[in-house]
Ligand binder design. Structure first.
Ligand code: MN
Length: 493
């Protein structure tokens, strides 16, 4: 078959959306497309295509994941305020505050002014703030990055490398932490080729060769298992072989001293069943047919992975001595495993929606951020205070404020406004009164109590404040009051 690229169009997008979310206002999606088309009409991508192809492709990536049409609509508009004359206000007027809010989030992530390591940290910081505000922004950003990676060949090699490296080291680990396996794998495999071209080729050849070998015996194994399930009266929704993503194969090989024979899950057989009870029954039948490999039975259903992953894994010796891994899960677990946090906005039969803000992710993400920063701290050119770990806290209205680790309510108060700092007399963390030197933690909601008659900050605050802003304001207030005092006591000329 000739190499024909099927062009994505607004009609193919509308069709896709109407299939999984039949109640969608398709007119609004089309309107967003027309709006973006007009706004970008004079722009050409580096690939030589009209710019609109990009937001359209991003929207398709999300629609293929059966994501909430609101997010798909926002994806069509995602580059409008950043790259054109059209403002966010105009988007809000036409599409409402929810979509405008998402686009504001994407725009904030926008361009980064830093270079080198500082750019890296700044990028990370922005991603975390955006995520804490609304995880949906990151879902769009990942789809945006996937399409940029798919069309990376159009850019100069230096830029290719930078974008791919950033995707591999920042985007993919975040996607992983959010349980978004599908996007994580795409981000990794698309970047791998540009960051380690030689290794990519070597690993790809190795994998293709191994998969070819497995093609002789895998269908037989699937057949045998299917027959046994039928005999036992277990319904199987789906059973299929799933290739491991190239980059995780590479990482595993590196850990196993390059011994490809000790990587058992290069192709795993995935079994989807209706209920949790069926998962365990299926596992029992597999172990009845084949002997399990010791230490390779994993029950991620009763003990899910930290990112929420739920599945049963087992590895067995088949008749021919070949070793095969099975992954058993329900439809719901499978959706969650592929889409992670995005599964909340994933359309199923009920079209259910989850809350917009998932504060519990923030603690999870702060951990990841520490990991990444820790890795970075080996690089000598890093400025220490720039690297300081950050925490993310909220105002009572839900705005996100990022502060250095160890910050206290006074830091928070000065971060918001000098007056709030100067007049601050107390604070509540998560609705409980606390002292002003209490250390803030990720996800805390902070309310500052002010006394408008208060003259100024206490010099004692310098003992526990962490931010430069707070400390310099407190010192400035001291100087001011000293000059005032001097003026009062010195004799007038
Ligand atoms: Mn974009």
């Amino acid at each position: 078959m000739p190499d024909v690229e099927i062009k994505e169009t607004i009609d193919s997008l509308l069709k896709l959306v109407s299939l999984y979310a039949p109640k969608t206002d398709l007119e609004l999606v089309r309107l967003a497309y027309d709006f973006a088309f007009d706004a970008h009409k004079d722009q050409i991508r580096k690939t030589g295509e009209p710019y609109i192809e990009h937001p359209l492709a991003v929207a398709h990536i999300l629609a293929e994941m059966r994501i909430d049409p609101v997010i798909v609509t926002a994806a069509l508009l995602h580059d409008v305020p950043e790259d054109t004359e059209v403002t966010l206000e105009e988007i809000e007027k036409n599409f409402g505050s929810e979509i405008a809010g998402l686009i504001a989030g994407i725009t904030k992530l926008g361009k980064l002014k830093y270079r080198g390591v500082e750019r890296y940290i700044e990028n990370l910081r922005k991603m975390f703030v955006a995520m804490a505000e609304d995880v949906r922004v990151i879902i769009i950003k990942f789809a945006d990055r996937i399409h940029n990676l798919q069309t990376l060949d159009a850019l100069p090699p230096q830029k290719q490398y930078r974008i791919a490296l950033e995707s591999l080291e920042i985007y993919a680990p975040i996607a992983n932490r959010l349980g978004m396996d599908e996007m994580k794998s795409q981000l990794e495999d698309l970047s791998f080729r540009y960051v380690y071209p030689k290794e990519y080729q070597r690993i790809k050849n190795l994998r293709d060769e191994k998969i070819k070998g497995m093609e002789c015996y895998l269908p037989e194994i699937i057949n045998k298992a299917t027959n046994e399930f039928k005999k036992a009266g277990i319904t199987i929704n789906e059973i299929y072989g799933r290739n491991k993503c190239l980059y995780s194969f590479y990482r595993k090989l590196t850990r196993k001293n390059n011994d490809a024979n000790s990587v058992y899950d290069l192709v795993a057989v995935r079994i989807i069943v209706p209920t949790v009870a069926d998962c365990y029954a299926t596992l029992g039948i597999l172990h009845n047919i084949w002997k399990p490999v010791k230490g390779r039975i994993k029950d991620y259903i009763s003990q899910p992975k930290p990112n929420g992953y739920r599945s049963l894994h087992t590895t067995v010796f088949s008749e021919t001595g070949k070793i095969v891994e099975f992954q058993i899960r329900t439809e719901k677990f499978n959706d969650e495993a592929q889409f992670g946090v995005a599964a909340y906005w994933h359309y199923d039969q009920e079209g259910a929606h989850m809350p917009r803000k998932e504060v519990r992710w923030i603690t999870e993400l702060a951990e990841l951020q520490k990991d990444i920063l820790h890795k970075l701290s080996d690089l000598e050119e890093i400025k220490v205070d720039f690297l300081q770990s950050r925490i993310f806290v909220f105002t009572p209205k839900g705005d996100v404020i990022d502060l250095p680790e160890g910050a206290v309510p006074v830091d928070f108060a000065y971060h918001i406004h000098t007056d709030i700092g100067n007049k601050c007399t107390g604070a509540k963390i998560n609705e409980k009164m606390v002292s002003l030197d209490t250390e803030l933690k990720n996800g805390d909601v902070i309310e500052i109590i002010m006394d408008k008659n208060r003259k100024g900050p206490s010099q004692d605050w310098l003992k526990f404040t962490k931010t430069h802003t707070a400390r310099s304001r407190i010192k400035a207030a001291q100087k001011k009051s000293l000059t005032g005092w001097l003026r009062a006591v010195l004799p007038k000329k």
